[in-house]
Design a protein around this ligand. Structure first.
Ligand SMILES: [Zn+2]
Length: 271
C-alpha cells in the first residue's frame, strides 16, 4: 500500500480541533471560520479525503508572508542606513527633529521625498545654498533619512570626506557612488576646486542619477568661477542641481544653540 493510499483511507494530515464539525456530506468544517478543512478527491478510482486549508490557515499564511517581507525590508533599510549615512550627526537630521521654523522649505523637501519616483525618473537634483549653520545639511539629510526609510539607496557625505577617501584609496577600489539612487554631497566650498572633487561630481553626472548639493556659495558665485578648475565643477553642479536652487538663510541653528548654551551656563553659574 502506497503512502497516498494509506493517506486516503486514514485521512492523515487533517487536524481536528475543538469546535470542528462535519457537515451533511461528512466533510470536516473548521469551527472557527466555517470553511472546509478537507476535500474529497478521486484517487485510483477510490474516493478519499485530502486535507485543505480553511480560511484560518490562509490568513495565518498571509500574515507569515507579510511578517517575512517586513523583516526583509527592515533588514534592507538597516543596511542602506549603514552604507549611506556616513556621519552620526546625519542620523539626527530627520523630519521628526525639524523645529518647523522654515515651513516653506520643510514642505518642498517633503514633496521631494513623496514624489521620489518622478524625481528619479526625471533626474532632478537640488542645490541648497545659504550661509553657514542655517540648516542646509539638516534638510538634505532629512531627505536621505526619509528616502532610506522607504528603501531607496542614498549616500550622503561631505565633499571633503569624499575627496579624502578617494585620495587615501588612490589606486584601490572606491565605493561606487553611482550605484546609489541619490547622492548628496554636503558642503561644497571654494576650497574644493580639485581634480578629485571634479571627478567625483563628473562620475555622478555620467550616471544620469540625481545629485543634491549643499553649499555656502551662491548661484551667482557658481556662475562666476574664478579658476578653470572651479568652472569645470560649478558648470556640472549648475547643470545637475541648478534647476531647483533652494535658498536657506536666517535663523542660524548654530547661533541659536550657542545662545541657548550661553543662557544655560549663565543660569548655572549664577545659581
Ligand atoms: Zn478555520
Amino acid at each position: 500500500m502506497s503512502f497516498l493510499d494509506e493517506f486516503f483511507i486514514n485521512k492523515h494530515g487533517i487536524e481536528e480541533c475543538e469546535g470542528d464539525y462535519r457537515d451533511e456530506n461528512d466533510i470536516l468544517i473548521c469551527g472557527k471560520c466555517g470553511t472546509p478543512k478537507e476535500c474529497i478527491k478521486v484517487y485510483k478510482g477510490k474516493k478519499g479525503s485530502f486535507p485543505c486549508r480553511c480560511k484560518c490557515d490562509d490568513i495565518a499564511e498571509a500574515e507569515y508572508q507579510q511578517r517575512k517581507a517586513r523583516e526583509k525590508f527592515d533588514d534592507r533599510v538597516k543596511h542602506l542606513r549603514k552604507i549611506g549615512i556616513t556621519s552620526k550627526r546625519y542620523l539626527e537630521y530627520t523630519f521628526a527633529n525639524d523645529n518647523g521654523k522654515k515651513p516653506e522649505i520643510t514642505k518642498q523637501v517633503k514633496r521631494y521625498v513623496e514624489r521620489w519616483n518622478e524625481i528619479k525618473e526625471s533626474n532632478i537634483g537640488v542645490l541648497f545654498y545659504g550661509s553657514v549653520g542655517t540648516g542646509k545639511s539638516f534638510f538634505a539629510a532629512c531627505i536621505a533619512n526619509a528616502l532610506i526609510d522607504k528603501g531607496v539607496s542614498v549616500h550622503i557625505a561631505t565633499l571633503s570626506d569624499l575627496v579624502r577617501l578617494r585620495t587615501a584609496n588612490y589606486g584601490k577600489d572606491n565605493i561606487a557612488l553611482d550605484k546609489f539612487d541619490l547622492l548628496i554631497i554636503d558642503d561644497l566650498g571654494v576650497e574644493h576646486a580639485s581634480p578629485t572633487a571634479y571627478s567625483i561630481i563628473d562620475e555622478r553626472y555620467q550616471s544620469n542619477k540625481p545629485l543634491i548639493i549643499t553649499t555656502n556659495l551662491t548661484p551667482t558665485e557658481l556662475k562666476n568661477p574664478k579658476t578653470q578648475e572651479q568652472k569645470r565643477i560649478y558648470d556640472r553642479v549648475l547643470e545637475m542641481c541648478g534647476g531647483v536652487a533652494i535658498r536657506i538663510d536666517g535663523g542660524s541653528k548654530r547661533v541659536e544653540v550657542a545662545k541657548q548654551k550661553r543662557e544655560i551656563a549663565k543660569a548655572i553659574l549664577n545659581s
